[in-house]
Design a protein. Structure first.
Lengths: 267, 392
């Protein structure tokens, strides 16, 4: 294999990069830019006023808070599930493999209907979460579950068990092996999965909307607030909140990215 | 050791997102973007072999941020285009843009119109969705010859964009082609014994409604609650007090009438504020609810109009819809006629199919309250509206 000089690309690599960038610009860059431009359509003062109105602030607080919590829980639970799926053999494992992906496969409004049937007033378990923040949290946990599992799983599968055995033979205990051998290896994947889960939780609408009952100042999420503003013909107000969430998402993703690099470097 | 190095888990991989997340972690995308980079670096310690390529993470950031914003902004533009095909011929082709609930009635109307002399050979293409979104879609350029929306302000939006003649509502029926009334849907057998508005604000009664913020048509619901409390004396203090207790009892605000019904049917609340036609349609479709037509309620008026660029057949169609045959078809789907003299019977889903539309003792209209501009400012303004303030 020929290694070109640093900073130069082979013709095929250049083509690949070009196509990727063009595709990203059309599919992602343009819409995002349009949202940001719309949000500043009435000037920066109006942007600030929109995102600091009490109702908007309440939805942003709830949405970001719930997304952070969801991400934290999923980082732990997702890693555990991935571990069980890779390391353990048990009856029904293949079924579990399929079930993991269901939150991706279900249309979100169907997920919402399922959740309200199970955790609503007619709940067979007697758990009624309609109109509560716990309900919002539950819906987000449901739809974001697969991200961490699916990121960590392949890395765990690549992990060479010889090294763990070597560590054990040199006298390392279980916790030490996990902390010094396994965790450094899977940390980047956990963080990458968490970043995706966080971004998804910020924008989730369909699965949340039924169980949240959309109570202003209590369980109204930002996506619903944004839709409301659009319905009122206030595109700039809607875009302002969307842009703020976008900024939060990019900020959190950057932080996770930094952590990921550190994890990869220092372990 | 039971561990075997099988190459991949056995899960199905037909879900896009799961592929995405796999790629992010398995460095394949990174390898694609920078083919000159070796997949595994030679390294002194094994774990840096598994270091993910940092190059692709910018991509991850972009894709992930798109996930945040895109669904929220595109969701409302969604219109499902269902063609309601009629007789093939050389007649005009009409694009019909309507609000969601009216679809089945307009399917009937299109078919019946094609059987009339002026409608011979006319074909239809229908698009149905949330009224406000449909109105915005037409302004944004969606092809429309006839629009049938849930409330007059949604037509006015299109008029303001210059696509409909400002005199569209000059006729005797003021552009209205169908009517309904606000009703209270209750659980089968009415276990809480709800017979009218006063029962809804009792402690322990949970109300389910569509949200006037996300669903413009839900404004009818709040207007009904407000206007019946105004009474003949036009007592604003009493109406405000009632609405305050009403809003406190709402346990679920939903983005559309459809989700409100879903939430109610799944067990949320004790009463669903709905429209007579929706309650009738739900019961006809087998949904287990009862409904109460209160003795004082609000008249819902659904307008329809033709656009400036519409072919002449569009006007003919609208005349047909407003005429006795069209009104009978709408009646069969649970809508009240704009012609009070017309009697409709045999409406499946109605409390009494033989006399489906009981007279209401006191029926308030938007005009009684001073028109849409007045009502919107007083009740629904996003800062100072009464409903907005009561919900805080």
């Amino acid at each position: 294999m020929r290694h070109p000089a640093q900073g130069r690309l082979t013709p095929t690599a250049g083509l690949g990069l070009g196509v990727s960038l063009l595709w990203l610009s059309l599919a992602v860059g343009l819409p995002v830019a349009a949202v940001v431009v719309t949000s500043f359509g009435n000037g920066p003062a109006s942007f600030v006023a929109e995102v600091t109105s009490p109702e908007a602030l309440a939805t942003i607080r709830l949405t970001v808070g719930a997304a952070v919590l969801t991400t934290a829980v999923n980082a732990v639970a997702g890693t555990l599930i991935a571990w069980v799926l890779v390391r353990d053999e048990f009856r029904g494992k293949r079924l579990v493999e399929v079930i993991i992906d269901i939150p991706f496969a279900l249309p979100t409004i169907v997920a919402g209907l399922v959740l309200i049937s199970l955790y609503g007033p007619a709940s067979p378990f007697g758990i009624d979460l309609v109109g509560t923040r716990r309900g919002v949290f539950l819906a987000l946990l449901f739809v974001t579950l697969p991200f961490v599992v699916r990121s960590v799983q392949p890395v765990l599968m690549d992990l060479d068990r010889d090294v763990e055995e070597a560590a054990a033979s040199l006298g390392a205990e279980g916790p030490a092996i996990f902390r010094r051998i396994i965790l450094p290896t899977i940390a980047p994947a956990v963080l990458a999965g968490s970043a995706l889960a966080f971004a998804r939780a910020l924008g989730e609408y369909g699965s949340v909307i039924l169980i949240s009952a959309n109570l202003v100042g209590r369980t109204e999420v930002s996506s619903s607030y944004i839709l409301k503003r659009i319905e009122e013909g206030e595109a700039a107000a809607a875009a302002s909140v969307a842009t703020l969430l976008l900024a939060v998402a990019v900020g959190v993703l950057l932080v996770l990215d930094l952590l990921q690099r550190r994890a990869a470097r220092h372990g | 050791m039971s561990f075997s190095r099988s190459p991949m888990p056995s899960s199905p991989r037909f879900f896009v997102m799961s592929r995405f997340s796999r790629r992010f972690s398995s460095r394949r995308l990174g390898a694609f973007l920078s083919p000159s980079r070796p997949r595994f670096r030679s390294c002194p310690r094994f774990r840096s072999c598994l270091r993910p390529c940092p190059r692709h993470r910018g991509v991850a950031v972009l894709v992930a941020s798109a996930l945040v914003s895109a669904p929220a902004l595109t969701a409302c533009g969604d219109t499902s285009a269902g063609a309601s095909g009629t007789s093939a011929g050389s007649g005009a082709h009409l694009n019909l843009v309507g609000f969601a609930v009216i679809k089945s009635a307009y399917d009937d109307l299109g078919k019946a119109f094609a059987r009339t002399a002026p409608g011979k050979g006319v074909t239809f293409k229908g698009s149905f969705g949330a009224s406000g979104a449909q109105s915005r879609a037409v302004v944004a350029g969606q092809k429309a010859d006839v629009v049938a929306l849930s409330m007059t302000p949604d037509v006015d939006t299109i008029v303001k964009a210059g696509l409909i003649d400002p005199a569209w509502n000059a006729g005797p029926s003021q552009g209205i082609v169908s009517r309904s009334v606000v009703v209270i849907a209750v659980r089968k057998g009415n276990p809480k014994g709800i017979t009218g508005w006063p029962d809804l604000v009792e402690p322990g009664v949970g109300i389910v409604t569509a949200d006037p913020g996300t669903s413009g048509a839900a404004k009818w619901n709040l207007l009904a609650a407000y206007s019946q409390a105004l009474g003949p004396a036009k007592d604003k203090a009493a109406a405000t007090a009632y609405l305050s207790r009403f809003v406190k009892n709402v346990v679920s605000w939903n983005d559309s009438g459809r989700t409100a019904t879903d939430a109610f049917v799944k067990g949320t609340g004790d009463a669903l504020i709905s429209y007579e036609n929706e309650a009738i349609a739900a019961r006809a479709a087998g949904v287990e609810i009862d409904y109460v037509v209160p003795d004082a309620t609000f008249l819902i008026e659904n307008p329809a109009a033709v656009t400036r660029t519409a072919p002449p057949a569009a006007r003919e169609f609208l005349a047909f819809v407003a005429g006795p045959d069209g009104q009978r078809l709408l009646g069969a789907r649970g809508f009240r006629s704009i012609d009070n003299a017309l009697t409709v019977t045999g409406v499946r889903g109605a409390n009494d199919p033989a006399a489906p539309f009981p007279a209401v003792r006191s029926l308030t209209t938007v005009a009684d309250l001073g028109g849409w501009a007045t009502v919107n400012a007083a009740l629904f303004d996003k800062d100072t509206g009464l409903v907005t303030r009561l919900r805080r």
